[in-house]
Write a new protein. Structure first.
Length: 322
C-alpha cells in the first residue's frame, strides 16, 4: 500500500506540473499541457484506478492551494477524472458465460474485457463535457460566448496598433464559428493519444493486467448514430443549444473517424503494401487535416453497412507468419 501511495503522489505531482506549465507561455508547455493525463493514466493501468484517484486528488488540491480554485476544478475535470475513469474501464473485465458454466476453479476463467468502442464513446463524452464547461465559463448565452471568443482572437491575430482589416475580421468570424467544434476535436484526440500511450508504456513495462485489445474491431454502440442525428438536428436550432450540439457533433464525428481508421486497418489486411498505404493515409491526414473527413465517412459507412463483418466473412485475413 505504501508503494501504491508513493507512485500515486509521484504521478499526481508530474501531472500537476505538466498541467501548470501552460502558465509559462512557452511552446513546449503546450505539449506538456496536453500530455498532463499521461502519468495518471499510466498509474491507473499499472497500479490500478485507486492509485490514479489518489494522485489526481492530491494534484488537484495542490493546484488549488498554490494557484486558485478554478485551477483545481479544471484539473479535476479535464485531467484527473478522465484518467481515473478511462483507466478503470480499460481494466474492467468479466468472465465469459461459457467460462463461468464450465470452469472448475483450477484454471482462471477467460475474461471479456470492456469494449474498445465503448471506451472511445466515453472519451468523446469527456471531450464534450470539458469543452462545454470551458465555453460556459465565457458566458451563459451564445452572444456572450461568441463575443468573448472574438475579443480573445482579436488580441491574438490583430495587434492593438494595427488598422482594422476586413480580411482579418472574416478570418476571426470563421474561427469563432468553428472554435467550439475544434476544441472538442482537440480534446478527443489528446485523450485518445494519452490513453494509447499509457497503455503502450504499461504493456512495455509488463504491468498491463490485460491482453492488448484488438483495435481493428473497435466499433461504437449502434445508438450512437441516433444520438448523432439528434445532435445534428439541434445544431440548426440557433443560440446556445446550437453551439452545444455542434460540440457533440464534432466529438462523435471524430470518434467515427477513429473507427474509420480501424475499418481501414481491417480492409487492408490482405494487401502486400499495407504498411505503405496505412502510413501514407496517416501522413496525409496529419499534414493536411481535412482528409479526416474520408475517415469519418468510412466509419459511418461501416456502422451502417458493416464493411468489416462482410470483409472478414468473405475473405478471412491470412494467418500470421510463424
Amino acid at each position: 500500500m505504501i508503494a501504491i501511495l508513493l507512485v500515486a503522489l509521484a504521478a499526481g505531482c508530474a501531472s500537476a506540473l505538466m498541467f501548470a506549465s501552460i502558465i509559462s507561455g512557452a511552446l513546449i508547455s503546450l505539449m506538456l499541457f496536453y500530455l498532463a493525463p499521461l502519468p495518471l493514466m499510466v498509474a491507473a493501468l499499472a497500479w490500478g484506478p485507486l492509485c490514479a484517484s489518489i494522485g489526481g486528488i492530491a494534484a488537484a488540491i495542490s493546484l488549488g492551494a498554490i494557484f486558485s480554485l478554478p485551477y483545481c476544478l479544471a484539473f479535476a475535470l479535464t485531467v484527473a477524472l478522465p484518467a481515473w475513469w478511462l483507466g478503470h474501464l480499460a481494466l474492467l473485465g468479466r468472465p465469459l458465460p461459457s467460462a463461468v458454466s464450465s470452469g472448475n476453479g483450477a484454471v482462471p476463467p477467460e475474461l471479456e474485457w470492456y469494449p474498445v468502442g465503448r471506451i472511445l464513446l466515453w472519451i468523446a463524452g469527456f471531450a464534450t463535457l470539458t469543452t462545454m464547461a470551458a465555453l460556459l465559463t465565457l458566458g451563459t448565452d451564445a452572444a456572450e460566448i461568441t463575443g468573448a471568443l472574438r475579443r480573445f482572437l482579436l488580441r491574438i491575430l490583430r495587434p492593438a496598433d494595427a488598422a482594422p482589416s476586413g480580411e482579418i475580421d472574416q478570418w476571426i468570424d470563421w474561427l469563432v464559428m468553428v472554435a467550439p467544434a475544434g476544441a472538442a476535436v482537440v480534446a478527443i484526440m489528446t485523450l485518445t493519444l494519452n490513453l494509447w500511450l499509457s497503455a503502450k508504456i504499461t504493456a512495455t513495462s509488463g504491468r498491463l493486467h490485460r491482453p492488448w485489445p484488438d483495435l481493428k474491431s473497435a466499433a461504437l454502440p449502434p445508438m450512437t448514430l441516433a444520438a448523432l442525428c439528434a445532435a445534428i438536428a439541434f445544431s440548426f436550432s440557433g443560440g446556445l443549444l446550437a453551439i452545444l450540439a455542434q460540440i457533440v457533433v464534432a466529438a462523435v464525428m471524430m470518434a467515427y473517424a477513429l473507427t474509420g481508421f480501424a475499418v481501414l486497418h481491417t480492409l487492408t489486411l490482405a494487401l502486400k503494401s499495407r504498411a505503405f498505404w496505412l502510413g501514407s493515409t496517416y501522413a496525409v491526414v496529419v499534414v493536411f487535416g481535412w482528409p479526416v473527413i474520408a475517415m469519418v465517412a468510412l466509419g459511418l459507412a461501416d456502422a451502417l453497412f458493416g464493411f468489416r463483418q462482410r470483409y472478414l466473412r468473405g475473405r478471412p485475413p491470412p494467418l500470421p507468419a510463424p
